[in-house]
Ligand binder design. Structure first.
Ligand code: 6PG
Length: 255
């Protein structure tokens, strides 16, 4: 069963995630000398990145041993307002002493397929080609969810969902403005931990489906493909996004 944490507001959910990142970072650096964190894109995590940049949290993170990655990127230049790298740079990277060579961005300015091949090469070089390694063993992957249940840049009906022999692919969803580069479920599911951060009323219908097992393969949302081999993903959601889910759970409990 998924691990679901509901908070009154997105700000409180962000604080809970930030506290977890401090702890996971400490554990990873103590155990392996580094913390590998894959950031999510979109607007929801921006408040989390800003919080991590505050002295309250930044002072508790050993930034010299943190490596930042992305779960996906829009195929735009790194200075473009729609770039997930740009969002994280403005909210976090420019405000903390992370080593710039430890910031492993997806080169969205390249043709999508080339950017995907290059990022996969970067990941395989960084994580090594361990025998049988099916994905990148990030210590933590942060993920969001769209109103349609997409995550990273894995969209409903996308062929990317079924690709198992690649860690990174280009995707060309018709529902969004830009072509994308995304980690595949195979790569994402190798992560030690995966946290979803979902907020807002518009996510409530998809969330109510996302947090229960799909009734059939046709009922699967992209988020259902995120099944980390190391254990269930954890969902940090605000009350607005949980509206439908909690109502259904309350009704079921009362029936
Ligand atoms: C992206 C993200 C994407 C995002 C969802 C939610 O590049 O857009 O990786 O998966 O997490 O679309 O986006 P919001 O947080 O903006 O609602």
């Amino acid at each position: 069963m998924p691990d679901i944490r509901i908070y009154p507001t997105a700000a409180l959910a962000a604080r809970a995630i930030a506290g977890q990142i401090v702890d996971l970072c400490d554990d990873a650096i103590n155990a392996r000398g580094r913390f590998t964190l894959a950031l999510s894109g979109g607007s929801t995590p921006e408040q989390l990145y800003r919080l991590l940049a505050t002295d309250e949290f930044a002072s508790r993170i050993d930034w010299e041993n943190v490596h930042l990655f992305w779960g996906d990127e829009r195929c735009v230049p790194p200075s473009h307002a729609d770039s997930n790298y740009h969002t994280a740079r403005m909210a976090l990277i420019d405000h903390v002493p992370v080593t710039l060579s430890h910031v492993h961005r997806i080169h969205g300015e390249l043709p999508p397929e080339l950017a995907a091949v290059q990022y996969e090469q970067d990941l395989r070089a960084f994580f090594g080609r361990r025998e049988g390694a099916s994905g990148a063993r990030f210590d933590l992957v942060l993920l969001g969810m769209g109103d349609d249940g997409h995550t990273a840049s894995l969209f409903p009906g996308g062929e990317e969902l079924a690709i198992t022999n690649r860690w990174v692919v280009a995707s060309h969803p018709t529902s969004v403005q830009h072509a994308r580069v995304t980690l595949t479920p195979t790569a994402l599911n190798e992560a030690q931990r995966a946290f979803f951060f979902v907020s807002g009323e518009s996510k409530a219908p998809a969330l109510a489906r996302a947090v229960v097992p799909p009734a059939s393969e046709d009922d699967m949302l992209p988020v259902h493909y995120i099944q980390p081999v190391s254990g269930a993903a954890r969902w940090y959601i605000d009350a607005a996004a949980a509206r439908v889910y909690t109502a259904e759970q309350v009704a079921k409990a009362e029936s």
